[in-house]
Design a protein around this ligand. Structure first.
Ligand code: ZN
Length: 160
């Protein structure tokens, strides 16, 4: 069986930036299980996995365009300090906010003083080249119910 649309795929992975820092890894945790073709993982990684079989290992470098997008400076915004009320606002804190398309986005505080807070709505991995080491551990057909829901059920997936 090869990886294709509507297959449930189990992978182990390590993600590094171009400096070699580990940003994320399945090592020491459960492997990642996802439904191929349902945008459960970033497009660049999904494309690289198409056609692979169990036992395959691959190293793939993904441009921001095929991952979390380029950084967009218009996503940075300075807002009045009083919008945060009595809260202690510190650099690095994250909040949910309404994005440009009315969707909820996560913003990160990048600067804070007594009168203003600067938040950045870019994804933390926007503008970052992603280097994945991936090993394919399992491939199976998705069930009709999984296809209907657009996600994986059971081990590593939704429990419902
Ligand atoms: Zn479901």
């Amino acid at each position: 069986m090869t990886i294709a649309e509507n297959k449930v795929v189990t992978i182990e992975y390590t993600l590094k930036n171009d400096q070699g820092e580990v940003l994320d890894t399945s090592e020491g945790r459960e492997p990642l299980v996802y439904l191929h073709g349902s945008q459960g993982i970033i497009p660049g990684l999904e494309n690289a996995l198409t056609g692979k079989v169990v036992g395959d290992s691959l190293t793939v470098r993904i441009t921001p365009e095929d991952a979390y997008g380029e950084r967009d400076d218009s996503m940075k915004q300075e807002v009045p300090r009083e919008m945060f009320g009595d809260e202690d606002v510190e650099v690095g804190m994250q909040y949910h906010a309404q994005g440009p398309d009315d969707d909820m986005i996560v913003v990160t505080v990048i600067d804070a003083n007594e009168t203003h807070v600067t938040v950045d709505g870019n994804h933390p991995l926007a503008g970052v080249h992603l280097n994945f080491d991936v090993a394919v551990k399992d491939i199976r057909d998705a069930s009709a119910e999984e296809l209907e829901h657009g996600h994986v059920h059971g081990e590593g997936g939704h429990q419902h």
